[in-house]
Write a protein that binds this ligand. Structure first.
Ligand SMILES: [Zn+2]
Length: 456
């Protein structure tokens, strides 16, 4: 009964103007939000059991009677993983008619994960997104320029669906060279700029050398960023840079920064957050259950991002709890200026390169404001390092157009570092293929005791 009332209340709130919507939603006490989460969770479970072949089979095999489940933790060790999406296929998860789909790549394979949505879901998430942008100061008279990659990627859609609600002026540039963007953007003088973090950092380097126009804020989604790079951006534009935390699987908005920029306020109305494999400091893998999705609900989806849940009040006064800054990932994928790169990317880069051994290792570090991807390989037969590097560069250009393009835009550097045979496994320990050495907002748990990697 309470949950029906809240659904109705929320529906009314989301249909009114942003200012009133924020005021109305802010009136909901935490106990009401918890009641709604539970009701929506039970509804999601029922839907998944009735219509999704994947979930029906999983619950049947594990003897889970969903009628008895009231909280995600009662599902024990049942989780949904990115690998499940890839191997079972998105169609096995469908519970309703889809209107659109987006894709994202993962760690182990070039096969993308596909995620389906309805237009209604896109519009609803757009409204939530818009309310957040309104809180950060975006208004109808602002001029927005965005430079998100539009190819199969969710971010431009998330933004557009939000701006449909706020109704401000918007031009989509696509992910073009920041130099070109800077020159063309000047004609519009955007007051708010959206893009991927490493792209925004490169744009800010260019802007710092030339002139800037008044900007209210910059907003980045898609990867993590170092505090030094954030400072450079904010200094160049004399404006704050806010980060969004989301995944294609969640349709963007799992959480976003407020003006304090100290963690991401969670979207608890639409997701149920848990942590898995928590360590003594309270950090664990972020796991979320979608609460308001009719087309492709995800139950206890493992994000592979490591963070913690913060329920203390934030100084900004917004009631929603937070996710801490993302510390790293618990798989070997690295999100950097090159793109989303995992071991398979480098195996493909090295395929057919002569004069090297099978062992290799990638170290991602930060130099200046740029990510540097160092590909360490062992020379086997005295081939000149320059020949190996040339073959790798050729493979990058021919096999990974997007990664090549990001390099041309100077969003990262790729270096090939050659070393003697056997040196990568010196010490006899297991070779970790991809090591992220950057000091991010936090730091990765995974890098802690790896031999040969400088402790930062
Ligand atoms: Zn806050």
């Amino acid at each position: 009964m309470i949950s029906e009332f809240i659904e109705l209340f929320e529906g009314v709130a989301l249909r009114t103007n942003p200012e009133r919507a924020i005021r109305l939603l802010g009136l909901l006490p935490p106990s009401f939000i918890e009641a709604m989460q539970r009701a929506r969770f039970r509804r999601t479970l029922r839907l998944a059991t009735q219509r999704s072949p994947f979930y029906r089979e999983q619950f049947r095999r594990r003897g889970i009677d969903v009628r008895r489940i009231e909280h995600p933790s009662q599902l024990g060790d049942f989780y949904t993983t990115g690998e499940d999406l890839r191997t079972s296929g998105a169609e096995q998860f469908l519970t309703g008619r889809a209107d659109t789909a987006f894709e994202t790549t993962g760690t182990t394979s070039p096969v993308p994960k596909r995620v389906f949505f309805s237009r209604r879901e896109v519009a609803t998430m757009g409204r939530i997104n818009a309310l957040w942008l309104y809180l950060l100061g975006l208004r109808r008279n602002d001029r927005v320029l965005s430079a998100f990659d539009c190819s199969f990627w969710v971010s431009p859609w998330v933004l557009r669906s939000g701006l449909d609600y706020l109704k401000c002026f918007h031009v989509e540039a696509g992910k073009i060279d920041p130099e070109e963007f800077y020159e063309r953007a000047r004609a519009y003088k955007p007051t708010v700029i959206f893009g991927e973090p490493s792209w925004i950092v490169r744009l800010s380097e260019i802007a710092a050398d030339r002139n800037v126009w008044p900007v209210k804020f910059l907003f980045a989604g898609g990867e993590n960023i170092t505090e030094a790079a954030r400072k450079l951006t904010e200094h160049a534009w004399h404006a704050p840079l806010y980060l969004n935390y989301g995944q294609t699987e969640s349709f963007g908005a799992l959480g976003a920064e407020c003006k304090m920029r100290d963690g991401y306020h969670r979207n608890d109305l639409y997701f149920f957050f848990e942590l898995a494999d928590t360590d003594k400091d309270g950090y664990g893998e972020v796991v979320y259950t979608t609460l308001a999705r009719d087309v492709m609900p995800l139950i206890r989806y493992r994000s592979t991002d490591v963070s913690r849940l913060i329920d203390d009040n934030c100084e900004c006064g917004i009631f929603a709890g937070r996710l801490g800054k993302i510390r790293g990932r618990c798989d070997e994928m690295v999100v950097c200026g090159m793109g989303n790169v995992g071991p398979w990317v480098f195996e493909e880069l090295l395929r057919g390169v002569s004069g090297i051994n099978d062992d290799w290792q990638v170290v991602v570090r930060h130099q200046g404001q740029r990510d540097v991807v160092e590909l360490h390989v062992e020379l086997s037969d005295g081939s000149p390092p320059s020949a190996v590097e040339k073959m790798v560069q050729t493979n990058l250009r021919e096999r990974f157009g997007d990664f090549w393009k990001n390099r041309e835009m100077r969003l990262y550097d790729l270096l090939v570092v050659t070393c003697g045979a056997g040196s990568l496994r010196a010490g006899g320990r297991k070779l970790r293929r991809v090591v992220d050495e950057r000091v991010m907002l936090g730091r990765s748990e995974n890098d802690r005791d790896f031999p040969g990697v400088a402790q930062i």
